[in-house]
Design a protein around this ligand. Structure first.
Ligand SMILES: [Fe+2]
Length: 348
């Protein structure tokens, strides 16, 4: 007997796959069951840390690739010279280190990370299928002690309040030591389970200083106010900082409140965001849009199977497009069988 029932809703057939119908139930329902592995914690808390998914050596390889990527822009960034750890010497990022532009979601290193067998295995176990597709997500390279940044916490979740149940699960592959002072992922443990209760009536997304303008139509982004954060804490949720070692992986239900903190210690934060869902969740239209994104090195949201919102915003320096803007990766991905299948462009 399978523990997962799957149902692709009618509304999911809309362009962009946005499920805007309150009457549509969960895309996936997980029946209670004991797995005897990390899935028990995941289903209980809506998040889980999975240790040693890749080796420390492999993590070092990715750290070096990410540093090289920053240097490829020829803006004078030097990882050994802290005076270059600022906007002037770095490509344009969001919240001090998230990179989505410049074709970065399709760099060889991003696709290599998505293709790591142990990473794929996590999502295979979670969704109980080998036929997965991946988001074209960004990475995070956050330099500590930057003096040119104004930063504030931005608790949010990446699932629209109209979508019910667990419809997407996000992950990050961690490359660098990540202790209490090293910034990183903050998670409101337990908040995924309270998603429906919190959104039982319509809520307005908090007008955070870094909130994207409504015309950008992210759809699957909700920013929480301080009052909202308290609402979850009062109901037993706990805001935790996930400490990690190189090679660890964190998985969280997209209904979970979370945000990324800037590092304050000595260590640069190195992360690749990775999300995978069953290919069968995607409509032909969504797959076609993914194909367009894949072929043109365009990023997407965290959602692999719907809300395939092509990241077309240019990296801006004030009012001006970054002079280093580019439409393709420095190192194009090797088009392996695994890559093409995860991109949704090749049949399983
Ligand atoms: Fe997020």
């Amino acid at each position: 007997m399978t523990s997962i029932e799957t149902r692709v809703t009618d509304a999911d057939n809309q362009a962009h796959g946005f499920i805007g119908n309150h009457d549509n139930p969960d895309l996936v329902t997980f029946s209670p069951r004991v797995y005897g592995d990390w899935r028990d914690d995941f289903h209980k808390n809506g998040c889980v840390l999975i240790k040693n998914v890749i080796t420390p050596e492999r993590a070092r390889y990715y750290r070096e690739k990410q540093i090289q990527w920053l240097k490829n822009f020829d803006l004078g960034f030097d990882e050994n010279d802290e005076s270059t750890w600022n906007e002037e010497h770095l490509p344009v990022s969001f919240k001090g280190g998230m990179y989505f532009a410049y074709g970065s979601p399709h760099e060889q290193m991003a696709w290599e990370a998505r293709s790591e067998p142990a990473v794929i295995e996590i999502f295979e176990k979670l969704w109980e299928t080998k036929e997965l597709i991946s988001s074209f997500d960004g990475m995070n390279i956050s330099l500590p002690r930057r003096k040119d940044l104004r930063w504030s916490p931005w608790p949010h979740c990446d699932q629209n309040q109209k979508r019910k149940g667990m419809q997407a699960v996000q992950g990050l592959l961690n490359y660098a030591p990540n202790g209490p002072n090293d910034g990183g992922l903050m998670l409101m443990r337990g908040s995924a389970k309270l998603f429906d209760e919190f959104f039982a009536h319509k809520r307005d997304s908090y007008n955070h200083e870094d909130a994207p303008p409504p015309e950008m139509e992210f759809m699957d982004l909700f920013l929480f106010s301080e009052k909202d954060v308290e609402w979850f804490k009062e109901r037993g949720c706990e805001l935790i900082k996930v400490n990690m070692e190189p090679g660890d992986f964190v998985l969280w239900d997209s209904r979970t409140m979370h945000y990324a903190c800037l590092p304050e210690g000595e260590q640069i934060r190195h992360v690749q965001y990775i999300c995978m869902t069953p290919k069968r969740f995607a409509t032909p239209e969504a797959l076609e849009m993914k194909k367009q994104c894949f072929e043109n090195f365009i990023g997407t949201t965290h959602w692999p199977h719907c809300n395939i919102r092509p990241t077309k915003e240019k990296p801006m320096r004030g009012e001006v497009i970054c002079s280093k803007d580019r439409n393709e990766p420095f190192e194009k991905p090797e088009l392996t069988d695994v890559v093409l299948k995860l991109a949704g462009v090749k049949a399983y």
